[in-house]
Design a protein around this ligand. Structure first.
Ligand SMILES: NC(=O)c1ccc[n+]([C@@H]2O[C@H](COP(=O)([O-])OP(=O)(O)OC[C@H]3O[C@@H](n4cnc5c(N)ncnc54)[C@H](O)[C@@H]3O)[C@@H](O)[C@H]2O)c1
Length: 256
């Protein structure tokens, strides 16, 4: 198995893409720390993994809180003694223009989406140095291809691409690889939240599919497979990259 004897921490793995990553990483042989602010959701993910013979445990962690991330690091090392991969996936999405976004909302989104990746990366770095491990950050096509009424979110996803490239440069000589994934619309929590924020959610969902060349939105498992590739030795010469997993987002023109 590709990730046999590897241990991985996946933030925001109580639902959506993070949960799919946790399940698929466990199938690939990894021991998984299912970290989420919502402990019940994290435990639900762990149940699914354990039911199919995988190894995982749930840890409540708020990625925007330094003490909480420090405790996540401590628990991870106590349980698995090392970490080989960190998947910075947790995020929130506020669907507003800057005119409608309060300073509190801006700070909250920044501190979870960007601050969370900063804190987890910083505090797991000493252990990743030892294991010559890797980091996979979850960005979005919204990091470079913006859409209306989610300006703050787009800013956080662009910041994640910059953080990825900068960390890859700084830590490559230590044997640490840092990459990010830029998914298109994926059938998971944040896209669903966006559909629900629209006047006609069903129509918004159908229209979102047509923004992609493949004329559908993606499945969380399709993102998880790329995360597994990036965290595995198959990607041993891949660092500083922004992997687009978007079914051809932006090129979904109707056929003639
Ligand atoms: N769904 C999409 O269409 C899509 C597209 C592109 C990128 N992404 C990215 O994929 C990632 C996951 O998105 P999703 O749609 O699966 O979302 P989701 O809402 O289904 O899952 C996010 C998880 O993060 C957790 N979380 C929120 N705040 C947290 C915090 N402070 N600390 C720890 N955990 C916290 C939530 O409890 C939840 O379980 C995000 O980084 C998102 O930006 C999603």
């Amino acid at each position: 198995m590709k990730l046999q004897d590897r241990s991985v921490v996946i933030t925001g793995s109580g639902s959506g893409i993070g949960r799919a990553c946790a399940i698929e990483f466990a199938k690939a042989g990894a021991s998984v720390v299912v970290a989420d602010i919502d402990l019940n959701a994290a435990e639900e993910t762990v149940k699914k993994i354990n039911a199919s013979g995988g190894k995982a445990f749930a840890c409540q962690a708020d990625v925007s809180n330094p003490a909480s991330v420090a405790s996540l690091v401590e628990t991870t090392i106590k349980r698995f003694s090392k970490i080989d991969a960190l998947i910075n996936n947790a995020a929130i999405q506020i669907n507003k223009t800057i005119a409608d976004t309060s300073f509190e909302e801006w700070n909250k989104q920044m501190s979870v989406n960007v601050g969370g990746a900063f804190l987890c990366s910083k505090l797991f770095l000493p252990h990743l140095k030892t294991s010559k491990g890797s980091i996979v950050n979850m960005s979005s096509v919204n990091g470079f291809f913006v859409e209306p009424s989610c300006a703050g979110y787009c800013a956080t996803k662009a910041a994640i691409i910059g953080l990825t490239k900068a960390m890859a440069i700084d830590h490559g000589h230590e044997g640490i690889r840092v990459n990010c994934i830029c998914p298109g619309y994926i059938d998971a929590g944040l896209a669903e939240g966006y559909f629900q924020s629209q006047a006609n959610p069903a129509q918004a969902r159908a229209e979102a599919g047509k923004l992609h060349a493949l004329w559908r939105i993606g499945r969380p498992e399709e993102v998880a497979q790329v995360a597994i590739f990036l965290a595995s030795d198959d990607a041993s010469f891949v660092t500083g990259s922004a992997y687009v997993v978007d079914g051809g987002f932006g090129s979904g023109l109707p056929p003639k």
